[in-house]
Design a protein around this ligand. Structure first.
Ligand code: UDP
Length: 381
């Protein structure tokens, strides 16, 4: 079959590769001048620093098949994400761990003591936390919540944490030991030559043709046996029911001679500091040495029609609109919506790859039975 992949990010590349290996012919159309979507990396010509052009991407997973997969296409080197936060005039370690707790309260607690102490601060009247704020108050209490989560979250999402789901905070663990690795997954690392080189290798197959700087129009779908659409779900329908809301990011790029902040990611928890975090890209490649440094000050805001969508908002209003688009998508034939934008979900890279491999299997199984692939391999709601 001749299959079109709309978008050359992880979804399009991984599914396209699997279908090409099974003997199908793949065309990939990508609006940007490069592959790899938002995990695109590019060396800065002046300093030699590998820049995460659309913001920091750190690979971490518990999925051994996904880890093997990425290691087939890139050399991964050890990288541990150790995030700091500047809040209320001090620098603390994140995620909230025993060091953070002891520093914040001026104590020398051991793990069991810290657990018991935090339990005295936690609001145990909240038995089933539904919102971000309730989740935080239930598990860390008001002081830690207000210092580390409230301001940052307000800036990141543009609304009060009382309006956000608890699931967002569940991404961040609280640890009663000194483990300051931001992620708890078994496998973690950075591709030595960047994500773009990795995605280029995934797409490097005789059955795959990639067209960069090529905008997709829905009329093109008729030329193919099937389409995998990794662009925005609402975009497929020309947003005619309204736009699904996203947060976009502004990056203020600046350079420095030497080491500006001593770590890759410094968060800013205070609501009156306009940015959420500063990333110093050379620290994402600790095996490299560079005199110069490239940094991004990162701030989130509502995504307009000409901005790059990053984080799906997924509050009540967006979910209603999403439901309407999902119903319509289910009525389409010959197209499957995939990835972060195609299914309007907050997806980490490893989950995107897992779903792309599964979508390819589903397609091959359906094709073997003479059936058509459904509109969604993973339901967005
Ligand atoms: N968060 C916070 N304070 C921080 C870092 C994160 O309150 O210093 C909250 C914030 O709401 C954020 C969520 O936790 O959206 C998830 O954080 P994560 O670092 O996973 O976000 P990402 O790197 O995906 O932007």
């Amino acid at each position: 079959m001749h299959v079109l992949m709309v978008g050359a990010g992880l979804s399009g590349a991984v599914t396209g590769r699997a279908l090409a290996e099974a003997g199908h012919r793949i065309t990939v159309v990508e609006g940007r001048a490069h592959v790899a979507g938002n995990c695109h990396t590019e060396r800065d010509a002046e300093t030699g620093v590998m820049v995460h052009v659309y913001g920091p991407h750190i690979f971490h997973t518990d999925d051994a098949e996904v880890w093997d997969y990425v290691n087939r296409f890139a050399t991964f080197l050890p990288y541990r994400n150790r995030v700091k936060t500047t809040s209320r005039g001090a620098v603390y370690s994140l995620p909230v761990n025993l060091h953070t707790i002891n520093q914040f309260y001026g104590k020398t607690l051991r793990p069991d003591e810290a657990r018991a102490f935090i339990e005295t601060l936690a609001d145990t009247s909240i038995s089933d936390p539904r919102t971000f704020e309730e989740q935080a108050l239930r598990f860390v209490g008001r002081d830690l919540y207000e210092t580390f989560f409230k301001g940052y979250t307000q800036k990141q999402w543009g609304c009060s944490p009382t309006e956000l789901p608890a699931s967002i905070l569940r991404r961040l663990p609280v640890r009663f030991n000194y483990d300051d690795n931001y992620f708890f997954h078994r496998f973690q690392g950075m591709p030595r030559d960047g994500y773009t080189a990795m995605v280029e290798r995934i797409l490097d197959h005789p059955g795959i043709e990639v067209r960069l700087s090529s905008r997709f129009a829905r009329g093109q779908a008729a030329d193919y046996d099937h389409v995998f659409h990794s662009g925005p779900l609402d975009g497929w329908f020309d947003c005619d029911l309204g736009r699904l809301g996203y947060r976009t990011l502004d990056f203020e790029r600046f350079s420095y001679r030497g080491d500006y902040q001593g770590c890759a990611v410094m968060n800013y928890g205070d609501v009156d500091v306009p940015w959420t975090r500063i990333t110093e890209h050379k620290h994402f490649a600790p095996w490299e040495e560079h005199e110069g440094s490239i940094l991004y000050r990162e701030a989130a805001r509502a995504c307009g029609p000409d901005d790059i969508p990053y984080y799906p908002i997924r509050l009540v209003a967006e979910k209603a609109l999403l439901g309407a688009y999902v119903d319509r998508a289910r009525g389409e034939r010959g197209v499957t919506f995939v990835g972060r934008l195609g299914t309007y979900r907050y997806l980490d890279m490893d989950v995107t790859i897992r779903e792309a491999l599964d979508a390819a299997r589903l397609f091959l199984d359906a094709a073997a039975k003479g059936e058509t692939m459904p509109a969604f391999a993973v339901a967005p709601v």
